[in-house]
Each structure stands twice: as C-alpha cells, then as structure tokens.
Design a protein around this ligand. Sequence first.
Ligand code: B1M
Length: 234
Amino acid sequence: MSDPTQADELDLSGLPDDELVQQMHEDLYDGLAEEIAEATQLLLDRGWAPGDVLDQALVEGMRIVGIDFRDGVLFVPEVLLSANAMKAGMGLLRPLLAETGVASIGKVVIGTVKGDIHDIGKNLVSMMLEGAGFEVVDIGINIDVDTYLAALEEHQPDILGMSALLTTTMPYMKTVIDTLQAKGLRDDYIVLVGGAPLNEEFGEAIGADAYCRDAAVAAETATRLVQQRRALVS
Ligand code: B1M
C-alpha cells in the first residue's frame, strides 16, 4: 500500500487525527508494529477513547487487510505481520479497556476451535469481557474438545466462549456442544460463539446460547445471560 521506508521518516505526531488514522490503516497493512504502537499512544494522548482507537484505527485497518488477503493481493506472511502490528496496538489498549474497577461478575473460558489459529478476534472479545467485569481464562488457539472439557472442569466458569474464523472449522463448535450434551454437562454453562463466518442461525442450529457478532455484543450478551441465570437460581 505504501513504501515502508517512507513511513519510517514520517513524523506521526505532526499528523492531524484523520490523517493519523489513515496512516495507521497503511501501517497496519504494511505490518509496522512500532508505528502502530506509537500512533495508538498518540491518539490516546489526544484524548481518544480506547474503544474508538480500536474500532476506527485498528479493526478498520484489519478489515482492509482482510479484503486484499481474500483477493490474493496479500499473502500469509504479510498478514501475519499485520496481525502482529494489530497486537502491538491492542497491547496498549488492553489495560484501558479492562479498567473497570468492579468485582468479577462471572468467569469465562474462551478459545479458538481445533484447526483454527486466528486469535485477534478472540483476544478482543477477551479484552471486552474483562472490561465488562468478567474474569477471563483464555485457553488459546487450535483447541480440541478434550482441552475445552479439561478447562471447564478446572476453572468452573459461567460461560464457555468459542471462536472460529474458517468455514471449515466452525462445525467443530457443534462437536464441542454435542460432547457437553452427551456428558450431561451442557446446562452447566452458557455457551457463546462468534467469528466472522458465523451467524445467528448457525448459533441456533448448533445449540449455542447465543451468537455474538462482535466483541461489544459478546460483552453485553455475556452480562445479560449471566444475570438471567443468577436470577433464575436465586
Ligand atoms: Co486467515 N482467513 N487464514 N489468517 N484471516 C480469514 C478468516 C479469511 C476470511 C480471509 C479471506 O479469505 N478474506 C479466510 C477464511 C475464509 C473462510 O473460511 N470463509 C482466511 C483463510 C482462508 C486463512 C487460511 C486458510 C489461509 C491459508 O493458509 N491459505 C489460513 C488458515 C490458518 C488456520 O487457522 N488453520 C489463514 C491464516 C491467517 C493468518 C495466520 C495469516 C492470520 C491470523 C493471525 C492471528 O489471528 N494471529 C489471518 C488473518 C489475520 C485473517 C484476516 C485477514 C483477519 C482476521 C481478523 O483478525 N479480523 C481474515 C479476514 C477477515 O476476517 N476480514 C482472515 C479482525 C478481528 C477483530 O475480527 O476475527 O472477525 P474477527 O473477530 C470479531 C468477531 O468475529 C467476533 O468479535 C471479534 C471482535 O469484534 N468474534 C467473537 C470472534 N470470535 C469470537 C468469539 C466469541 C464472540 C465473538 O465468543 C464468545
């Protein structure tokens, strides 16, 4: 998209907000982690809300990367650099998004399903859940059913969250839910699913409690369903 050597010479602090955000889209595209971290900090220092930096600069930049990845303009090594740059920005936002100061309102075990190594969306969901007051146990990527079950047993969460970004891996969510069912454990947990190729119908069809379109919806849904469950029990 742009010449990375030129980006090195740019004084990011001299750019007005809209140009800085535009530059961040380009730097994300070029996988420039240091520049993304610097620009993220600049926007925060200028009084931007962490959620706005996330949505307008980072998530939007990654959306553009996704289009060119789909169209064969970008390839895996380049997209990995973009993902790394995104994480550099997210690292600065994480403590701010998680800064609620309230006691834990519930516990979540979350992981990306077997065969799938995409973790940016899951990490964002984890951050937003932490920000909403949840304790989050992130068990990582490429998680098979036995690992999910072991984590549920160990951590006894209120919620199981699963992420899938590939049409080939999303059916594995049903494998996990069916296994919970077969072991008589399904009703012990609220099961939330998400990921770009999923939709409401899919969530219903596999027996999840809810499909969450994005991280904000995941946090809202988690809060609502935990409160509902607590009200039923008391
Ligand atoms: Co991949 N990849 N990728 N990739 N990759 C996609 C998903 C793809 C759509 C690109 C494309 O063709 N346009 C495509 C999938 C096509 C399909 O199946 N429909 C694809 C492909 C094909 C592949 C490979 C097969 C490519 C190859 O090897 N030939 C390969 C598969 C590897 C594997 O997993 N086995 C692959 C590899 C990779 C990289 C490793 C290079 C890298 C991942 C790096 C990483 O995650 N650490 C990568 C990336 C970065 C992408 C794109 C470009 C970006 C994904 C992303 O991070 N989005 C992606 C294109 C796209 O989605 N536009 C693509 C930003 C993130 C904030 O959004 O993840 O959707 P998202 O998460 C959202 C919501 O979905 C929701 O909330 C999040 C935040 O708002 N959500 C949840 C997600 N999980 C949730 C869980 C919940 C709730 C909500 O639980 C409660």
